[in-house]
Design a protein around this ligand. Sequence first.
Ligand code: AMP
Length: 318
Amino acid sequence: MHLHFLAKNMNKLLIVGTVAFDEIETPFGKTDKVLGGAATYIGLSASHFNVKSAIVSVVGEDFPQEHLDLLKSKNIETSGIEVVKGGKTFFWSGRYHNDLNSRDTLDTQLNVLADFDPVVPNDYKDSDVVMLGNLHPNIQMKVLDQMTKKPKLVVLDTMNFWMNCALDELKEVLKRIDVITINDEEARQLSGEYSLVKAAEVIHEMGPKFVVIKKGEHGALLFANKDVFFAPALPLKEVFDPTGAGDTFAGGFTGYLTQSSNVSFRNMKNAIIYGSNLASFCVEKFGTQRMEDLNDKEVVERLQQFKMLTQFDIELTQ
Ligand code: AMP
């Protein structure tokens, strides 16, 4: 009864993005087809907060029920994940360079994503926060069109693939969002500016009030008008596979903001730290493995390390 009451009053996070099969190659090895996708990582990450969350996505008949069960076991609503009879699930494969900071996409097969028409579950049409994860901007737009109440915050993530094949559509969605999360190379591509400060200014003009630029192992920057905030990534002894780190970051960022219901710049700084903290776990094992068994105690302990990493005590004399 008590739990039911709590669940009813929890803020809602709507997640859209790919639920996928990935094949990943890093200097440490190669996987078979494993569970991946932007929405998968976002959902697993956001499950560490006190929020109600749902994923809107599409998979084929080849997608194992156990993967959907995993998401359900993390209290993620999966009724918005359409299963297409006879269809094949979105497939991505990538190979990382030795520095693990850059990668080449070897293959992207849209499969069922090519003609996906997203349907937002009724209970999530008034979500507090909408996380438009990486997929075709037209699908991101269709999700926004189904909202019956203006969300407190709309966050969008995208990548070079969509800039190359759907730039005009992407620019239309950018007019309707509050925050964009994007990596440094993609920020340069989207803006045509090398300096990330100038890139953030140009992207800001395209619509989003807040621009988050992810720099992999070099942390993340948050730009809002004249304000800038920077969070480092935690220096890790071992990094196995950076796949999904950006999405895990986005899941932590939006999970925290949904839970705290405060979308000020000041609170967004905390959200950046929560996102960076969760992303630091994601890279420790291949695919979703580390995020699948991560517990809240580990999350809190590492937050403490984050604090230690960045705290200093300089006295300013004027
Ligand atoms: P990240 O490493 O955070 O950039 O995200 C990696 C995830 O993005 C993988 O699990 C892929 O399945 C997914 N992905 C790769 N390419 C695309 C794409 N073009 N659209 C949507 N998702 C993608």
